[in-house]
Design a protein around this ligand. Structure first.
Ligand SMILES: Cc1cc2nc3c(=O)[nH]c(=O)nc-3n(C[C@H](O)[C@H](O)[C@H](O)COP(=O)(O)O)c2cc1C
Length: 222
């Protein structure tokens, strides 16, 4: 075997090992390959002609905020409204709705950009109809007055940028951390940026449902 063939063979083997390594890492929980996430989008009640139709629009990175949006929607439906749960970025028309709830996961101390964008784009309509906000973060894993006030402040940029939309209520919820649903970079950085919060589902369904039940009359004036 001459020198050139040897080098080519070595290069080929190196590339093969790198490819196999990348695939192995991708499927072994490191999530080099972006995880597949199901973002809930569903409807409850009469789709077409309900006099009381509410939209729950949300933004999410790993999908768990969709579970919160869905739990809120179920309570509002049981209370008598038709409810759509949609990703905020998929909604273009608010005319079918009498009230809107906008929620988002928190990344780096703020709502995800799609939620902020949603409120900006629909600012005129939202300023004229009952609107509520909610957020899901891990700041309130230890739930007390101090952590709740830190979490509540995550919405300050939204109030500052879009002051004409005045939410009738704001839900502060604890979310979920699922490494299998995080992209590789977020996962490897978590030990440095996660403030010691470990993987877990911290969503408090009772608190979420209580908030939604109290919200219904505020949204529909009943
Ligand atoms: C990259 C990243 C950044 C985050 N930044 C914050 C943060 O600044 N403050 C906080 O309380 N939680 C933070 N979280 C936690 C998320 O808000 C929480 O896990 C949320 O429930 C995720 O919702 P999702 O599954 O809908 O994306 C962060 C999570 C990730 C993955």
């Amino acid at each position: 075997m001459n020198k050139k063939t040897k080098i080519n063979r070595l290069l080929f083997l190196t590339l093969l090992v790198m490819l196999a390594g990348t695939i192995a890492l991708g499927y072994s929980g490191f999530n080099l390959i972006p995880p597949k996430i199901d973002f809930i989008q569903t409807s409850y009640g009469d789709e077409k002609n309900s006099a009381k139709k509410i939209l729950v629009a949300y933004a999410s990175h790993s999908g768990s905020t969709g579970g919160i949006a869905d739990a809120i929607a179920k309570v509002l439906f049981k209370a008598g409204a038709a409810v759509d749960v949609r990703l905020a970025k998929k909604v273009s028309d608010l005319s079918p709705y009498q009230a809107v709830i906008v929620g988002s996961a928190i990344h780096s101390g703020e709502w995800l950009p799609e939620a902020v964008e949603f409120v900006k784009v629909h600012r005129e309509a939202l300023s004229r109809m009952p609107t509520a906000y909610f957020l899901a973060s891990l700041t309130t894993v230890e739930d007390n007055e101090q952590t709740r006030s830190i979490a509540a402040a995550f919405l300050d940029p939204v109030y500052e940028q879009i002051p004409e939309v005045k939410p009738v209520d704001v839900g502060i919820f604890t979310g979920k951390l699922d490494f299998s649903k995080l992209q590789f970079m977020y996962r490897i950085l978590w030990p440095f940026r996660g403030n010691g919060v470990s993987e877990g589902d911290y969503r408090n369904w009772e608190a979420i449902r209580d908030w939604a039940a109290g919200l219904y009359p505020k949204l529909l004036g009943l």
